[in-house]
Write a protein that binds this ligand. Structure first.
Ligand SMILES: [Zn+2]
Length: 389
């Protein structure tokens, strides 16, 4: 067997690949594949449509069901426009912190997961360890579903998926989902003194923004559900973050573009929000077309990340509470791939080293203490695989 790299050395290697979501991650995937092959572990790739990116997953141990998946994403957010004091694509230790893009979100966890491979191979595993590294998580969790489907097809089904997003090693059992659309309202330009003959994309778009406000009013008038109670706030929220449109104060706007997204508490269905929004779009569009047939509205789905619903006596929660000693109730409102694993039939929790407050920031870092704590916890988790279920 080859000499094992330390978790820190693996982290340094992973951070050095600038795997920003818009760029290829194949150099990193090649390296991981080689690393695994050195231990005799065969990896599987699942490419995206362009062939420029791939997820990579592997199975270590007996060919039986009931194992544990360590799940991470290989992509990182861009550093454009951010003021960094160090090279973002190198790990720099300074003031007792490890700086670098992805050290926290989430190459730190990926490094620990890969470091567990030789450790797992040194044990007499009764149940398998699976490693799953996706792509395109940061642009709406669009890479993981293909990878998960492939794993379900080709591997003995694991019982548990541990999603190692930064939680300071707290056991997070619930996560809000999010669904988003890009809206393009196409109006008809006339001088605004004759606006009855034109269609203002901005004023018609305002009727869809009213849907956002109406939706929030309707939600807040309801009593929060039991599933929503652990979240802050304990209800779903609809939002528009950006809007552009129009050219002059005296021209009815030809174009208006904005995004609409809804953060969903578990138990709610993205499809019902989409149906409600589409009904409003149809209403507004009919009136626009009555004035000018070329006017209209395009609603383009952007992302749809399912929530992670807290499980009743969930196995993943039990295992991670045992491994960490954390018995608190934690729920988060940022998106992860946990709900996608849960929807595929895995018991899932989110638990990983580092603080989400450092994610996506300039001078992103992880505290070495968190990194070490993560390693201890993962060793404990792998140790559990030496016992039959
Ligand atoms: Zn992440």
């Amino acid at each position: 067997m080859p000499n094992s790299l330390t978790p820190r050395e693996i982290l340094e290697t992973l951070v050095a690949f600038p795997t920003v979501s818009r760029d290829s991650n194949l150099a990193l995937v090649d390296w991981v594949e080689g690393y695994l092959a050195d231990f005799g572990v065969t990896a599987h790739r699942v490419y995206d449509q362009t062939g420029r990116k791939a997820a990579i997953y592997a199975h270590i141990g007996p060919q039986v069901e009931g194992g544990i998946i360590l799940s991470g994403h290989t992509d990182v957010v861009p550093v454009d426009g951010q003021e960094w004091d160090t090279d973002p694509f190198a790990v720099t230790e300074r003031d007792g912190r490890l700086y670098g893009r992805g050290t926290c979100d989430m190459k730190g966890f990926n490094a620990l997961a890969l470091a567990m491979v030789p450790y797992a191979l040194s044990l007499d595993l009764k149940r398998p360890l699976q490693i799953a590294l996706s792509y395109d998580e940061e642009i709406g969790c669009v890479g993981a579903p293909h990878m998960i489907a492939d794993m379900v097809d080709r591997l003995p089904k694991a019982a548990i998926a541990l999603i190692g997003e930064p939680t300071n090693m707290q056991v997070v059992t619930g996560q809000k989902g999010s669904v988003g659309w890009q809206v393009h309202v196409r109006g008809h330009e006339v001088h605004s003194s004759m606006m009855h003959e034109g269609v203002s994309a901005i004023l018609e778009g305002a009727h869809l923004l009213s849907w956002v406000n109406d939706t929030n009013d309707r939600i807040r008038a309801q009593t929060p559900s039991v599933l929503a109670a652990p979240f802050d706030p304990p209800f779903s929220t609809a939002h528009t973050g950006t809007i552009t449109g129009g050219t002059a104060h005296n021209i009815t706007a030809k174009d208006c573009r904005f995004g609409i997204d809804v953060r969903l508490v578990p138990g709610e269905d993205a499809a019902s929000y989409e149906a409600s929004l589409r009904a409003r779009v149809a209403q507004v569009e009919a009136r626009m077309k009555a004035i000018h047939p070329d006017a209209g509205i395009t609603l383009a789905p952007q992302f749809d990340v399912p929530p992670l619903a807290p499980e009743h006596n969930g196995r993943a929660e039990q295992i991670m509470r045992q491994a960490t000693g954390d018995n608190g109730t934690h729920a988060v409102s940022y998106g992860t791939e946990a709900g996608q694993f849960q929807n595929a039939g895995y018991s899932a929790v989110i638990c990983g080293p580092g603080d989400i407050a450092q994610a996506h920031q300039p001078n992103e870092y992880i505290e070495p203490a968190q990194f070490t704590r993560g390693e201890q916890v993962l060793r404990t988790v792998v140790d559990m695989l030496t016992v039959s279920p």
